[in-house]
Write a protein that binds this ligand. Structure first.
Ligand code: F6R
Length: 617
């Protein structure tokens, strides 16, 4: 999705900083990029279709003057094709105002018609150019005050937006506003900046404050004055972000995805270990969890909602809960929930899982639950995100910034958090004894050293052999049962996202009810057959695939000759208790999709058409 970076400094040239910030947002997915400055009473814009490198090349040839104010943007096309003229920033037709904007202005067509009637001319197909013209049309009646003009414009605008604007007549301030699209403000030394995502500003500052829905703000080099929806000034405490700029960089790895796959053993420690109370056989979350034993005993069920990879975590959230707490769990796709009948929430707790904490469907589902009187527990990775701020209860996953568009370590962190949640609920409700709790905690503690085997030379060779099978095909199937059904779905999602090979994840029992028709010698199957209650059934499924000449890539426990004897390639994993197998089995599947995509020459970290943070429904 689109990315915003803007800065206004006391002195010096902020253009290199905003371009650098834009690069850290590349992972969000985009098709064009641009930057604007204000200099000598005029706005200058450079914008180009393609990667930020293309914009940089353009800036090299048609340089911008140095400027202590700049607004930059990466665009992911919604209104109008990815062309230079549709790229941001956008100015009004008289070039008095410049705007960068994330989100969608739903009533842009009628506003555009009205403005055209009044003599405004348009050179793009975008809703953002309409916004720039609307603000400019209100400038005069607001005595040239950009903040006042924006405040007058916003009630006329329907939809979601995060916007940053500047006026040609003022090179010392930026005006920002947000409604349903994220925007953070960075407070640096002699520079104030704004961006759609914190990592974009880590090169300038680690002190942040978040703009809430309906608020606007005026940024100057030394201040950020926030206004509430009634135009009253608000004081907001600055928060320190402990993410380092290095965490948001590749650190010698060829791709963020590979770096993030390899960070997973550390993620386990960061998400889980500080929360384990071995002596009590229990888990202690931070104060923002806010649910004590008594509160956890009130709920008669938990509902897990999310999108994409986080939805696969939601599926496992339910399985962990039912296993450890013997409490029923529902799994609902957040985008589907919005259109379901408005039943009473009753005594359910809804768990919304989102790495970014900004996924539009998940946020809308959260608000819908809350409007029906229900309570929401958010599980997310980004402190200060909308989910973190608006959920009634929160568990942060502490994975550090995830930059690769295909989620890996954030998924792993979610699974660890959901395991802890189920254990906590089980202990609170008296379903798990102290001793059982202790055993589940020690299973988790013992997992970390076992993960090392997944990053060995032997494991890498096995991934290569499996990639030999998958890289040439057009389509394949991933099968798993029980705890590994969501992992089969996640494995298939990873492969299709970054290699563009069609892949579907199924509960293996479904195979004979349809997908088996596809199997022949050009249609391989990835089968997760690690020890547990469904092991024998998985072995039978593998036999059935082989009987139809389908190649088999198996995920099997180290030393399992039965499965490896049947498979064409085996990804061996350390043997762990069945309930922890998802955290182990997902890793070779991530490595496999990475290897296949790399061989096919695909853009691993920024797959086509995908965005890291899907902030529109
Ligand atoms: C897949 C992927 C997406 C996200 C989905 C939800 O690799 O990254 O499917 O999982 O867009 O994102 P969050 O977790 O930020 O709500």
């Amino acid at each position: 999705m689109c990315g915003i970076v803007a800065a206004v400094g006391r002195e010096g040239n902020v253009v290199p900083s905003v371009i650098q910030g834009l690069k850290t947002l590349e992972y969000r997915g985009y098709d064009s990029a641009g930057v604007a400055i204000v200099s000598d009473g005029a706005i200058q814009v450079r914008r180009r279709t393609g990667k930020i490198a293309v914009l940089e090349e353009d800036l090299g040839q048609n340089g911008l003057p140095e400027s202590s104010i700049a607004l930059a943007h990466t665009r992911w096309a919604t209104h109008g094709a990815p062309e230079d003229r549709n790229a941001h920033p956008h100015r009004d037709h008289l070039e008095k105002v410049v705007v960068v904007h994330n989100g969608i202005i739903e009533n842009y067509a009628e506003l555009r018609a009205e403005l055209q009637e009044a003599g405004h001319e348009f050179s793009s197909d975008t809703d953002t150019e309409v916004l720039a013209n609307l603000v400019a049309s209100l400038l005069e009646e607001n005595s040239g005050d950009l903040h006042a003009a924006i405040r007058a414009a916003l009630p006329r605008v329907h939809g979601a937006y995060a916007l940053v604007a500047a006026s040609a007549s003022d090179s010392d301030s930026l005006v920002i506003a947000r409604h349903d699209s994220p925007l953070v403000v960075g407070i640096g030394d002699g520079v104030t900046c704004a961006a759609s995502d914190m990592p974009a500003l880590l090169g300038l500052t680690r002190e942040f404050l978040v703009l809430e829905n309906g608020e606007t703000a005026i940024l100057t080099p030394d201040s950020c004055q926030i206004y509430d929806p009634n135009n009253q000034t608000i004081e907001r405490a600055v928060q320190h972000c402990d993410w380092t700029p290095e965490q948001a960089e590749k650190g010698g790895y060829p791709h963020f995805m590979l770096k993030e796959i390899e960070e997973q053993p550390d993620v386990l420690a960061r998400t889980a270990f500080d929360r384990l109370h071995d002596a009590e056989g229990d888990v202690e979350f931070e104060s923002e969890f806010g649910l004590d034993d008594q509160a956890l005993c009130v709920f008669s069920r938990l509902r897990f909602m999310a999108m994409g990879t986080s939805f696969h975590s939601a599926m496992l959230g339910k399985l962990f809960l039912e296993e450890f707490a013997q409490l029923p769990g529902d799994v609902v796709n957040a985008s589907e929930f919005l259109y379901s009948p408005k039943l009473k929430e009753g005594d359910a707790l809804t768990v919304i899982i989102s790495q970014s904490g900004e996924t539009a469907d998940s946020l809308r589902a959260m608000r819908e639950v809350q409007s029906r009187g229900g309570k929401v527990l958010g599980i997310c990775n980004v402190r200060g995100s909308t989910l973190d701020r608006e959920a009634d209860h929160v568990v942060l996953t502490h994975c550090g910034p995830e930059v690769g568009v295909a989620s890996t370590k954030a998924f792993f962190g979610q699974l660890a958090a959901l395991y802890l949640l189920a254990l906590r609920v089980g202990r609170a409700r008296g379903v798990l004894s102290q001793e059982q709790g202790f055993e589940l905690l020690s299973d988790l503690r013992h997992l970390r050293p076992k993960l090392d085997a997944l990053f060995s030379e032997a494991a890498a060779q096995a991934v290569q052999k499996a990639a030999d099978i998958l890289a040439p095909v057009n389509s394949c199937l991933f099968l798993g049962r029980g705890f590994n059904h969501p992992i089969a779905m996640e494995g298939a999602l990873k492969l299709k996202e970054i290699s563009y090979i069609h892949a579907e994840g199924y509960p293996a029992g479904e195979m004979k009810h349809g997908p088996i028709a596809l199997i022949d010698d050009s249609f391989p199957v990835v089968a997760i057959a690690t020890p547990g209650r469904t092991y024998e059934k998985m072995v039978s499924n593998i036999e059935e695939v082989r009987a139809r000449s389908g190649a088999v890539v198996a995920v099997a426990a180290e030393g399992d000759e039965k499965v490896s004897g049947l498979a064409d390639a085996t990804l061996f994993v350390p043997e762990v208790p069945e309930h922890l197998s998802p955290l182990v089995n997902v890793i070779p599947l991530q490595q496999l999709s990475y290897e296949v995509a790399k061989r096919l020459g695909k853009d691993v970290d920024q797959p086509r058409n995908l965005a890291k943070s899907v902030t529109v429904e």
